[in-house]
Design a protein around this ligand. Sequence first.
Ligand SMILES: Nc1nc2c(ncn2[C@@H]2O[C@H](COP(=O)(O)OP(=O)(O)OP(=O)(O)O)[C@@H](O)[C@H]2O)c(=O)[nH]1
Ligand SMILES: [Mg+2]
Length: 385
Amino acid sequence: MVGDAQAGVTPLDRDVAARLRTAGKKVLFAANKCDDDGVRNDAAEFSCLGFGNPYPISCLHRGGVPALLDAAMKLLPPPVPLELTPPRLNLAVIGRPNVGKSSLVNALTGSKRVMTSPIAGTTRDAVDIEFSFQFGEERIPAMLVDTAGLRKTAKVDSVVELFSVMRAKSAIERADLVIFVMEAGDAGATAQDRKIAGLIQKAGKACVIAANKVDLCSGQETKELLNEIRETVPGLGFAPVALISAQEQKGLDRLLELVGEVRRQSEMEISTGLLNRVLGDAFTGNPPPVNGVSPLKLFDAVTAGKKPHRFKLFVNRKDAVVPHYVNYLKNKLRAAFDLTGVPIELEFCPRPKTVESFRRTEPGKGAGRGTKRRNGTWKSKPKSR
Ligand SMILES: Nc1nc2c(ncn2[C@@H]2O[C@H](COP(=O)(O)OP(=O)(O)OP(=O)(O)O)[C@@H](O)[C@H]2O)c(=O)[nH]1
Ligand SMILES: [Mg+2]
């Protein structure tokens, strides 16, 4: 609990203290604004609140904070060894106001942890809620982050809302996977939905779309609804869609199944050998368009990171790469490695000049494969007798 040492004990301090005393928590009292010795001595009067001697601090001058932190650390339970803590899946629930994000969080956690209402703008801050779900044999620990609805920036009319928007955007950045909540309906995505989809895509996040309120779409074919969403959300064509009703608790198992599946895909290891085979087949099956004097040639490809999956392609001419061919390659990789729900990034690099420089670029990759010929193909090592 923090008090103002310059103001002394106020009736409101006594109210707060009374609540804390019945909360069953350990409490330390920090008397702030102890900028000089005089105030520091007066701070002792806060001991009447029942939390022992107050810790005099001055946030302005950064005084007394280490002693307060030391005392707080002593009250904390011993840290759990890191290896025993399974990595938690960070799930951000994002969408425009009133689509049912908080209702979904409550439905998934089986609680009424967050407030829901028909009034748009009910959630004002990002709220983290721990939960876990079953995926096959595995129990996946996760953190659900309910966020404030994202309105058009032009309509953001208060500092509080501006802050909410910033917190929701940072929730996307921190997320391992975004659950993008939309309203299912024959209108498909709204302009604001498309904007939010753009944010998720730009952040390079894995995504599952939850099309909520299907209970209101009576009589409409599931297939039609799915198509409507598919066609009206650009850039997230890779994200699987679950039709749900948070209110009636429908489709939630399917949603979690998709989340588990996309998580598996985003953590999948892709072997360099297989990657080169798939890309090689893609180049042979549909040669790149000739853009300029010579066609695009692929010499080698390596994996360059996960979340999102990034691949480095060594080519003869970066300027010969055209967007529709990049999309074609992405689709081939997506199909070959079953990568739905996760974004893919391709980086085209000029071919390293020598085998040594290639090895320097990707330590451990390419070694032991023999010598690279001038045309970029590999000459295998002579077999030892
Ligand atoms: N019919 C129907 N209504 C729903 C469903 N899910 C949520 N709602 C209603 O939609 C309204 C908004 O729900 P919230 O969960 O507060 O929506 P939100 O996206 O968190 O809204 P903000 O926090 O304001 O951004 C409430 O009146 C809910 O009862 C659903 O599956 N079907
Ligand atoms: Mg909400």
